[in-house]
Design a protein around this ligand. Structure first.
Ligand SMILES: [Zn+2]
Ligand SMILES: [Zn+2]
Length: 279
């Protein structure tokens, strides 16, 4: 069994206020929990602050996997309390070109944040995911593929006991870049996944104006899910301008689109506190 908990589902910028409290305003952070007690954290948007508060009394090593290093995926890290626990083992893991560590270290350089990374009392270690060492001690299989996103993005496909989930929070399915993967390329990657967590920042009428920004509209994501024969689609990375009511309306439009196309997967609009199981 794989359990997924959502601590941050907002894209680009954290947001607060009455109009945003149902889906939540914190940026991307997920926790993947396995039956054997092992867990992995995906990304360190502002959602990671709440996650840190929940695990503060545990001393198990922490495994933090990064999809990429845009602000909305790392800006919660300086406020992640386990960083300040003496000798707490924290493993930072990514499948990015060499030098990605600096994206983590440089935001705690004394200029942008008062505490320097070098002065942290925890034991922080960096791992290249494709190296010989396997950071997370588990039978979980971790496959990675790149997505269409400025600066690069790592999709994580996790498989355990023939169940698979894919995490792709930032991806421009309709990218016009010459090196971009097409919707059908991604359908091959996600084929038969039990659960796909995918970027759905924009409405179809917004996507042309946002071309090159690295995100998708609901129509292309639903077409992908149908092509890949996904069982459950979770839509995330909500635009910071989108209120709870706007997201509800988007869901209505998506339901209409799915019905019109006779697609058979279920959809969930991700919200803070959402917890899902893949059994
Ligand atoms: Zn993002
Ligand atoms: Zn991004």
């Amino acid at each position: 069994m794989i359990r997924i908990k959502f601590f941050g589902v907002r894209g680009s910028l954290p947001i607060s206020g009455d109009a945003y409290c149902r889906y939540g305003g914190k940026t991307t952070c997920l926790q993947i929990i396995l039956e054997n007690g092992h867990s992995m954290i995906i990304d360190a948007g502002t959602g990671i602050v709440d996650l840190g508060d929940q695990i503060i009394n545990k001393t198990d090593p922490l495994y933090l996997y990064f999809t990429h290093f845009h602000w909305d995926h790392i800006q919660g890290l300086p406020f992640f309390k386990p960083l300040y626990i003496p000798n707490q083992d924290i493993h930072f893991i990514a499948d990015h070109p060499k030098g990605w560590e600096n994206n983590i270290i440089s935001q705690m350089n004394g200029q942008q944040f008062p505490v320097k990374f070098d002065h942290l009392p925890s034991k922080c270690t960096f791992h290249q995911l494709n190296s010989q060492s396997r950071p997370l001690p588990s039978t979980l299989r971790i496959d990675t593929v790149p997505a269409n996103h400025p600066g690069g993005y790592t999709v994580y496909k996790l498989t355990l006991d023939q169940k698979s989930i894919a995490i792709c929070t930032d991806n421009e399915l309709l990218s016009t870049e010459s090196s971009a993967r097409s919707v059908s390329d991604f359908a091959k990657v996600f084929k038969q996944c039990d659960l796909l967590i995918h970027d759905c920042q924009y409405l179809p009428e917004e996507i042309q104006e946002k071309s090159g920004w690295g995100h998708s509209d609901y129509r292309s994501v639903c077409d992908l899910a149908a092509m890949a024969n996904i069982k459950q689609l979770v839509l995330t990375h909500h635009d910071p301008c989108r209120t709870d009511q706007d997201i509800d309306e988007m869901r209505e439009r998506i339901n209409f689109y799915i019905k019109e196309k006779s697609y058979s997967f279920s959809i969930t609009m991700a919200y803070e506190g959402l917890s899902l199981h893949v059994v």
